[in-house]
Structures are given as C-alpha cells and as structure tokens.
Design a protein around this ligand. Structure first.
Ligand code: SF4
Length: 263
C-alpha cells in the first residue's frame, strides 16, 4: 500500500476522488494516459463499458473489447487538440483509441489525412500504424456512456483529466476544435478549470464559430473552433460534408501554426 491507501485514492475518499487526486499529480502525458486508463470513478459508466464489452456486437464477436477509459491519442507536443464528447461503445470502447473503429472516426481520420495531419486515412485498431502530426485527439469524458450521454456529474468528475492534459500539453497548444454542441458545452468548463478566462455569457456553439481565449500570466492565447460532429447523422444528411470538415481542420491547423504536414 502506498500513501494513497489500498484503493489508490487518498484514505477516506472513494473512487470518485481518483481523477481530482491523480490528474494534477501526473508528471507527463504517458503517466496521465496510464492513470486515466485505470479510472473507475463513475459507477454507471464503469458498469456500461463492461456490459457492452461482455455482450459485444455480432460484427465484433471476435474482439477483446478495451472496456476501460480511453486516453487521449497524439503527440505530447501537439499544437492542436480535437475534442469530442466521449468514446463510442463499439468504437473507442472496443479498440482503446479515440475515434478508432467507428464511422465517425473513419470520417475524421480521412479528413485529418487530407489536411496532412495524419499518416493514413484509416484507423482500425491500436497498432495499425496511424500517427498524428501536431494533433492530439481527446475527450472531456473518457468512458463510453449509455446513449452517448454522460450526466453533468460524470462530466464534472472526469474534468480534471482533460484539464491536466491541457496543462501537460503546455504553451505549445495553440488551438482546439470542439466536435459538436455537446463537446463544445463540455469543453468550455474544462478550459476554465485549466486556467483560461471564459467570456460571459458563454458563446453558443456553431460550425465555424471561433472563440479567442486571451493569454494570462499562466496561459498562452488559445483559439477554439466549433465543428459539427462527424456523426453519421450529420454526415449522411449532408449537414457536415467531407469538404466542410477538411476546410475547418485546415483553418484550425493554420491557427495552431501547423504546416502542411502538421509540423
Ligand atoms: S468517465 Fe472519466 S472520471 Fe468517469 S470513470 Fe471514466 S475516466 Fe473516470
């Protein structure tokens, strides 16, 4: 047993204290990613992610589902972050990597590749060779929620992980793309917790909406862009076309100071 007690959290506190205790104590992104993967702070989500893995989908019956929190993916010196809401039950929750193995990810990674921010257009599993250039993909909620809807309490509990991730990305982080209105709403409080001053009232989400968070003594200026989520509902209906997403990602890469190959 270490100073944190047998459960891995401060003595006297429950699993719910795990993110708030460990996230600010992580010395680097590799440590943070490992800690995130161990988290069991939200009982409803722990039950759901494991239940989905036990039942599986027929198409994935040969898979050993990840069934744990999905950490961020991308280099530790990324200048651009892309933030969804939470992993998909049979996507990230199956493969263990953000947006990997579902239709939204197929759309997103193809667009990132078209902009020069990804080494390949497809993402099927960890170890498929995919690399991101200058970009980190992450989420304010790291476990797959039922109906893709985390509760406000779950969003609050998970918030320290993403706030710490932004802290560890450091001053090189110049821009963030929020995918979807729910991603936008979940992201802004995290940015506030990470030290950026938020405008009041908070700006409403829209595709292409841009918010500039000013530099403070502790934080560099940050550009925040809203994008429609690459969900099938949006892509099948044409609300978000491939060209729209490519254009938005190219704009975000420019704001982050990334060149055509993400460097
Ligand atoms: S959603 Fe976040 S805080 Fe809740 S169990 Fe998963 S990783 Fe932990």
């Amino acid at each position: 047993m270490d100073e944190t007690g047998a459960a891995g959290v401060p003595p006297g506190s429950g699993e719910g204290a795990f993110p708030a205790y460990y996230a600010p104590r992580c010395g680097g992104l590799a440590e943070l990613d490992a800690r995130v993967s161990e988290c069991r702070a939200c009982p409803r989500l722990v039950e759901w992610r494991e239940q989905v893995a036990a039942k599986r989908r027929a198409a994935f019956r040969d898979w050993e589902y990840w069934a744990r929190p999905v950490p961020g993916f991308g280099p530790p010196d990324a200048a651009l972050a892309i933030v969804g809401l939470a992993p998909a039950a049979h996507g990230g929750n199956r493969t263990g990597r953000m947006f990997t193995g579902d239709a939204s990810g197929d759309f997103l990674f193809a667009a990132l590749h078209a902009v020069g921010l990804a080494s390949q257009a497809t993402a099927t599993h960890r170890g498929d060779g995919l690399e991101l250039y200058g970009v980190r993909i992450t989420a304010p909620v790291h476990c797959a929620p039922p109906e893709n809807k985390p509760t406000p309490a779950e969003r609050r509990t998970c918030r320290p992980w993403l706030a710490a991730e932004f802290e560890l990305l450091g001053p090189g982080l110049r821009a963030v793309v929020a995918l979807g209105a729910f991603g936008w709403q979940a992201l802004l409080p995290v940015l506030g917790e990470a030290g950026w001053p938020l405008p009041r009232p908070r700006p409403a989400f829209g595709h292409g909406v841009r918010l500039t968070l000013p530099a403070t003594g502790r934080r560099q200026e940050l550009q925040v862009l809203g994008s429609y989520h690459p969900s099938q509902r949006n892509t099948f209906t044409g609300r978000l076309t491939f060209d729209m997403l490519v254009e938005l990602l190219a704009r975000a890469a420019g704001l982050a100071g990334l060149g055509p190959t993400g460097r």
